[in-house]
Write a protein that binds this ligand. Sequence first.
Ligand SMILES: CSC[C@@H](O)[C@@H](O)C(=O)COP(=O)(O)O
Length: 352
Amino acid sequence: MSLESIKYQRGNLEILDQLLLPLQTRYIKVLGVEDGWKVINKMQVRGAPAIAIVGCLSLAIELLKDDSSDKKVMRQEIEGKLNYLVSARPTAVNIKLAAEELITLANTLSADETVSADTFKERFISFIENMLVKDIEDNKAIGNFGCEAILNSLKGDGDIRVLTHCNTGSLATAGYGTALGVIRSLNKSKRLEHVYCTETRPYNQGARLTAYELVHEKIPATLIVDSMVAALMHVKKISVVIVGADRVAANGDTANKIGTYQIAIVAKYHNVPFYVAAPLTSIDMSLKSGDRIKIEERPDKEMTHIGEFRIAAPGINCWNPSFDVTPASLITGIITEKGVFAPDKLHEVMNQ
Ligand SMILES: CSC[C@@H](O)[C@@H](O)C(=O)COP(=O)(O)O
């Protein structure tokens, strides 16, 4: 069975504390929006799709307890709370797009005089709950499309060696994963020889989370540190790079975990195809290019310490951007639940 990052039943939300993995498995109860904001901001839950789902579910939990019978008050509170949740982490667009959709829904339900306060609540909560199911379905479709495209594009019928970065698996989503979903599907196709995952400093999503998922799934895998990527491509003949995304701009420029950009440059030099796997909820057509993407900067402590143990020289300055932007020109294809698109063809799927 896959790892479960989000446990939800109406009225009860628990998330797997990803700060404690892989050494401890502990679920934290999320009792409402304030808790939702905190677990996202502290990165106890992380990964663009999981951030959106947990943020919205924390609102569903709170709304269920709310006995207000005034739809207008509910609508106003929903809008304020969603905007607050979006502020927990600024780069991943999924939560922002979900919030916009939910605010539109709240406006519609509030304006419709045939809808009672109870029906408003019921429809609003059900809409949020459906995000869990849809995310898994989308990820499975991403896995299938990505697997098919990669198998078709690579010459010969040799086995495939994949490099991935950060964590894009069950822990970063409602289940199955995006880039890691493609890797799962390649593994099922029996054409996957090996996966290499980067450590992903400074937060170590690769060493702690992806490595944990790969071991759990019994997928043959090896951990490397981030500075080994060029050597790996040269020595181990990597067939393909597959990463996730936090926000894809309209021209295909992609923000993802810091270090993705340098991997894309190294891949170009070695002629290795570089794929981004992301649901349509990670695509932000309102931004023409990646220059406009706000990059979150995280506390120095993520760099200077491992847990509570200091590893960096006291007094040193730090720069800790959590993401970087890979230009569309370095991306072979964007794998979505609707198919695989060249970065400059995203408008075709978004206008459908
Ligand atoms: C399916 S997860 C895609 C991205 O969110 C992932 O690659 C990533 O960059 C996660 O960053 P994080 O800072 O751990 O939330």
